[in-house]
Design a protein around this ligand. Structure first.
Ligand SMILES: Cc1ncc(COP(=O)(O)O)c(C=O)c1O
Length: 477
């Protein structure tokens, strides 16, 4: 029976629902970076100059950057030292051999194709597997996944489980696919068109919620019955494995590596953005069982990414990834990561911010729609909260509401703001600073106003849009 190491947990202290002593970083710090502190007046000026689009703000003007957990990881001393072993040979580099062996040991897939980041894998795999007019079904397609399906004139259908719709529902596996709707799709007129089923683990587009092994097993049965390939978007495979151990009956006591292997064993193939659970700043892989499919993917790889033993990466990147893939399944690290997210969600809720439940691992999602009911979806309540958190304390978060996921007159299902947790970057006291800033901003919720887009209305408008505050401007206190 596996036991989590005591070192992760400090003595408990409780205020209402929050355990303040529950998490300790299972690492110490060897290199540090200074954090910028600006005045609220300066940040207001920066926001105005950035047209209230947080993507236009320079990183050097951000105090705590919770924009994304992707590519923002702090590498370990073992990873930094592995960089020097990078073999930068064009073909047959030994760094590739180390990366390939690590990925094979982890996933059990015999074919490992390196890629520079996740979306390159999506483009290659879908170009190989799909033809125009086909459909992919997923628990939820991540936005780049959907874009790559649609660019091939195919349709991406999201089938999240019903519990996912209720942000306060405490069900443990809200990342599951809705099996009834999957059966219906297959048995209906569009069943013939289904080119692949995609399970995103954990489900980033659905709030970082995990997928259970039971759900994956059922999906595999459906896919086998109809002869449809089952693919994992495995960018957060280790976090999903940890949440299975913590939440799924019968899985307690298994190691994250064992559970991850069970997940991979159920699929025909996968791709992963290793900017997440590769614990590195760039990279990814496609991993497949079928040799012929892999050979055709490698042809596309050569045209789009590079030779199959580097796939758009430097040899040193492959070294850092191989080491990161070994570190990420450490139970102490994963326990700390999940505990941090749970503690952060509880503390934010206690500070008055409505948050999605239960917390996953890579982020806490706030319900800006509930916090700011006086701002309609068309006026982007999530943007109002993102701007206020930056103005108040220099905390950068990101809107996952109508600006990002809606279009024209169609609002997003929820007006969320994501507070992502870069891996091994911020300590508890940094997050306590965020909680205090949130408490401050929440106190002014009624004063916040909405925004309108003043240009441009591109397909991925959240990255480029200029926004202007509606209503009367207000002075900073
Ligand atoms: C679930 C998921 N899939 C795919 C991607 C795309 O990966 P990348 O940003 O490395 O292209 C991401 C990135 O955030 C993601 O979260």
């Amino acid at each position: 029976m596996h036991e989590f190491p005591d070192t992760v947990r400090a003595p408990l202290r409780r205020t209402n629902s929050v355990e303040w002593g529950a998490v300790m970083e299972p690492f110490r710090i060897k290199a540090v970076e200074p954090i910028p502190f600006l005045t609220p007046e300066k940040r207001q000026q920066i926001l105005d100059e950035a047209d209230h689009n947080i993507f236009r703000v320079r990183a050097s003007d951000v105090t705590i950057d919770l924009l994304t957990d992707s590519g923002t990881t702090a590498m370990s001393s073992a990873q930094w030292s592995s960089l020097f072993m990078g073999d930068e040979s064009y073909a047959g580099a030994s760094s590739y051999e180390r990366f390939e062996q690590t990925a094979k040991d982890l996933t059990g897939f015999p074919e490992i194709i390196p890629i520079h980041q996740g979306r390159a894998g999506e483009r290659i795999l879908f170009t190989e597997l799909l033809s125009s007019g086909q459909i992919t079904a997923a628990n939820t397609h991540f936005d780049s996944t959907r874009a790559n399906v649609e660019m091939l004139q195919c349709k991406a259908v999201d089938l999240p489980c019903p519990e996912a719709a209720d942000l306060t529902d405490q069900s443990p596996f809200k990342g599951n696919i809705d099996l009834d709707r999957l059966w219906e799709l297959l048995a209906g007129p569009d069943g013939e068109k289904l080119g692949a089923v995609i399970m995103t683990v954990t489900n980033n587009g659905g709030g970082g919620q995990p997928v259970s092994l039971a759900n994956l097993r059922s999906v595999q049965e459906v896919c086998q019955k109809y002869g449809v390939p089952l693919l994992l978007d495995a960018s957060r495979f280790a976090e999903n494995a940890h949440l299975i151990i913590a939440r799924e009956p019968g899985q307690e006591g298994r190691s994250p590596r064992e559970v991850a292997r069970t997940m991979f064993d159920l699929a025909d193939g996968c791709w992963a953005s290793l900017k997440k659970d590769g614990l590195a700043n760039t990279g990814g892989f496609i991993a497949l069982r079928d040799t012929e499919t892999a050979a055709r993917c490698r042809e596309l790889l050569i045209a789009w990414e590079g030779f199959p033993t580097y796939g758009g990466l430097a040899g040193r990147d492959l070294e850092a990834l191989a080491q990161g893939l070994r570190e990420v399944t450490d139970p102490a690290y994963l326990t700390y990561r999940a505990d941090t997210a749970r503690w952060f969600a509880d503390a934010l809720a206690e500070a008055g911010l409505p948050v999605m439940r239960p917390a996953g691992c890579h982020a806490v999602y706030a319900d800006a729609g509930r916090l700011l009911p006086h701002i309609p979806p068309a006026e982007f309540p999530g943007v109002a909260l993102v701007c206020e958190l930056y103005r108040t304390a220099g905390v950068r978060t990101v809107e996952f509401g109508t600006l990002t996921l809606g279009h024209d007159d169609q609002p997003a299902p929820h007006e969320l703001v994501r507070l992502a947790l870069p891996r091994r970057v911020y300590t508890r006291s940094h997050l306590e600073y965020v909680v205090e800033s949130v408490s401050d901003a929440v106190g002014r919720a009624e004063e916040l106003t909405g925004f309108e887009i003043t240009g441009p209305q591109a397909p991925m408008r959240h990255f480029t849009a200029r926004l202007s505050p509606l209503g009367k401007g207000r002075d900073i206190q």
